[in-house]
Design a binder for this molecule. Structure first.
Ligand SMILES: NC(=O)C1=CN([C@@H]2O[C@H](COP(=O)(O)OP(=O)(O)OC[C@H]3O[C@@H](n4cnc5c(N)ncnc54)[C@H](O)[C@@H]3O)[C@@H](O)[C@H]2O)C=CC1
Ligand SMILES: CCCCC/C=C\C=C\C(=O)C/C=C\C/C=C\CCCC(=O)O
Length: 254
């Protein structure tokens, strides 16, 4: 897929990985709507990206992924502004075992809602949906069971959509990105984010063992996932020791 002139939406893009994905797409000629529930950071990032990349092809829309009206407005605004949508990146996510219900609402229900709206918008012209999971989407993580459940859910949902014949006929591709720890504000966890059935200490041991990647490393894998025309249903993992790996799991009837 060539990115010049393509229109992309990224949720949770005011900072961290979402912002890095937006930046990488703009650099390759895409027009990008960055959205976030944080209006101040979203606007600041939008202005910074315009300045740094010398472009007007990036805008900010306020969108809390738990709010259906916000999500609909984000798509409608993008269509009005750029004439359509080609790429949707469902990235917004949090890590909080204590407010676990909001973790499910944002990480899983937000991705489902974003994907369903994306499928509607892409059905006439085709396109790509990238859902951001985590390495916690493919391995058990004792320190963060709810977060891990949401990320497994993202993979199950995305792969199920990818094998739907209607999705294939509409020339829509879906894939998941699963990084290990990456240097973003999500790592600034305190004990308040955990319960007695989860543990910051355990996760921190994993961080120390695995190391922390730069957002640019993950953005590189993201662009590879986006550009590969033949990867519907793919799960890409990225880690410091194993690098970028694309995996295809069995479809059914094992
Ligand atoms: N940084 C890491 O180590 C890894 C992160 N991920 C995933 O990558 C995605 C992005 O995370 P990071 O950039 O690291 O985190 P981050 O905390 O830096 O950025 C997350 C963004 O999502 C926004 N957000 C939170 N709730 C929202 C809501 N209800 N609606 C809209 N936006 C909302 C925040 O305002 C923030 O701008 C998440 O889904 C996360 O689970 C996956 C693997 C590793
Ligand atoms: C105290 C630091 C907490 C950081 C947690 C915040 C964000 C997590 C982001 C991730 O998505 C990564 C999450 C979990 C990975 C955990 C363990 C990986 C073990 C991988 C392996 O065994 O191969």
């Amino acid at each position: 897929m060539e990115l010049v002139g393509k229109v992309a939406i990224v949720t949770g893009a005011a900072q961290g990985l979402g912002r890095a994905f937006a930046r990488a797409m703009i650099q390759r000629g895409a027009k990008v709507c960055i959205s976030d529930q944080n209006v101040e950071k979203g606007n600041t990032s939008c202005v910074a990206l315009r300045k740094e990349l010398n472009t007007a092809d990036v805008n900010f829309v306020k969108c809390d992924v738990t709010q259906q009206d916000d999500m609909k407005n984000m798509f409608d605004d993008t269509v009005r502004r750029y004439g359509g949508v080609d790429i949707v990146v469902n990235n917004a996510g949090i890590m909080n075992e204590r407010t676990w219900s909001s973790c499910v609402d944002i990480n899983l229900k937000g991705v489902i809602q974003g994907t369903l709206l994306a499928l509607e918008h892409l059905q006439e012209r085709g396109g790509v949906i990238i859902n951001i999971s985590s390495i916690a989407g493919v391995v058990p993580v004792a320190g963060a069971p709810v977060y891990t459940a949401t990320k497994h859910g993202v993979i199950g949902f995305t792969r199920s959509c990818s094998v739907n014949p209607k999705v294939k006929a509409a020339n829509i591709r879906l894939a998941c990105l699963c990084p290990t720890f990456t240097d973003t504000p999500i790592l600034d966890m305190t004990d308040d984010h955990f319960t007695s059935w989860s543990s910051r200490q355990n996760l921190w041991k994993d961080v120390e063992q695995l190391g922390i990647m730069k957002v640019e490393t993950v953005a590189q894998g993201f662009i590879q996932l986006l550009l590969d025309k033949d990867n519907n249903g793919a799960i890409m993992t990225i880690s410091p020791n194993r690098g970028i790996q694309t995996k295809y799991y069995p479809k059914a009837r094992m």
